[in-house]
Design a protein around this ligand. Structure first.
Ligand code: SF4
Length: 376
């Protein structure tokens, strides 16, 4: 089984923290959709005939597109790839794009999961990060999605926002829990180079939240969501039992996936590749038949091992030691277990049956542990 990702690079405005590839210029939408369909034709062999289990439309902001535009993209995808066994079809939406009519349109396209970028339930915080919706719109959007029959909803949250206190974060979590959605993704704000937020912090106009408070926010996130019945199945992802994102999980378990559109990434187990991060150039190259709209990296054993360590240790399921040995060989297996020894003895890693995973304590220092286990 395989996974299909389609990138929609348009946003109505730019969020102050955003380093994703997206554009506020939408004059080339028609050409972009044509280029997406052409890319599908050009790369129809990429999934090696494996049927598609999950489709994810991300961005950018896919809900900038009309239902008719999304339909054209999905119909073409399903005419090129084997989509007869799709179990999960997710579309990312922005709260202020959500209307009854739009959600009904998504349902008519067989969309059965919606990921909604809320980030915060406080208007001051939303203003600081330049989100274009209000807290009230976010709450109404979730209600609207549910009343129109899509119950598999994921909320994106952000913590460590400038000016955010532990109490404000607690309130965000309480409001999230009250919405009774089955999935929550929560990320600590990072200051990426070139973003407006980073410039404001560098210029002294905004003060970042200190590291200790961010760690306390992470603890609170885990406590509150766990008490509300969510399972932390990956460091940043929480789900009610059985409601984990099938698509995200495929990125963590070496599933074959194709990414279509500007800046999208693909993985075929031997190599990974990524499309050019420029919508105009992407369109020009794909529509002219040029085959240099992407770069490819062939994956040697060490790189594949590093990816395996990084992705599996982020998950609650952890790393399968038998698979580690059979897929990467005795030498890398021994390297991993030798480097894991000190973390096992100080209670940051644990072994249960044949699984190596982070402990409750280890989750807080996961980056350091993973880099020690990776091959340099
Ligand atoms: S909506 Fe998403 S992709 Fe667009 S600017 Fe905001 S964070 Fe970036």
């Amino acid at each position: 089984m395989s996974a299909l990702y389609i990138h929609i690079p348009y946003c109505a405005s730019r969020c102050a923290y955003c380093a994703f590839y997206s554009s506020t210029f939408e004059g080339n939408r028609k050409d972009y959709i044509e280029a997406l369909c052409r890319e599908m034709d050009l790369r129809k062999e990429y999934l090696k005939g494996e049927s598609v289990r999950t489709i994810y439309l991300g961005g950018g902001t896919p809900s900038q597109l009309t239902i008719g535009e999304l339909e054209a993209i999905l119909n073409h995808a399903c005419s090129v790839f084997d989509c007869s066994s799709v179990e999960e079809l997710t579309v990312e939406v922005n709260p202020d794009d959500v209307t009854d009519e739009y959600v009904q349109g998504l349902r008519s396209l067989s969309v059965n999961r919606i990921s909604i970028g809320i980030q915060s339930f406080h208007d001051d915080e939303l203003k600081t990060i330049n989100r274009r919706h209000s807290a009230a719109q976010a709450i109404e959007a979730v209600a609207c999605i549910k009343r129109n029959g899509i119950t598999n909803v994921s909320i994106d949250l952000m913590y460590g926002l400038p000016g955010q206190t532990l109490d404000l974060w607690r309130d965000n979590l309480q409001q999230t829990i009250q919405l009774e959605v089955p999935h929550v993704s929560a990320y600590s704000l990072t200051y990426e180079e070139g973003t407006r937020l980073t410039r404001l912090v560098s210029g002294g106009e905004l003060k970042p939240v200190d590291e200790d408070t961010c760690a306390d926010m992470f603890s609170l996130l885990r406590e509150q969501l766990s008490a509300a019945g969510y399972v932390q199945y990956e460091i940043s992802n929480f789900a009610k039992p059985g409601m984990e994102s099938k698509h995200n999980s495929s990125y963590w378990n070496e599933t074959l996936y194709i990414g279509l559109g500007a800046s999208a990434h693909s993985f075929n187990r031997d190599s990974r590749q990524w499309n050019i991060s420029n919508t105009r150039v992407y369109i020009e190259k794909v529509l002219s038949g040029a085959n240099d709209f992407f770069e490819v990296e062939h994956l040697d054993l060490d790189t594949r091992y590093n990816d395996y360590v990084m992705t599996t240790l982020r998950t609650r399921k952890g790393m399968d030691r038998a698979h580690l040995k059979s897929a990467f060989g005795e030498t890398l297996y021994s390297y991993c277990m030798e480097n894991a020894k000190s973390f096992l003895s100080n209670g940051l890693l644990e072994i249960e049956a044949d699984t190596l995973r982070l402990t409750e304590k280890g989750i807080f220092v996961s980056d350091g542990i993973m880099s020690e286990l990776m091959k340099v």
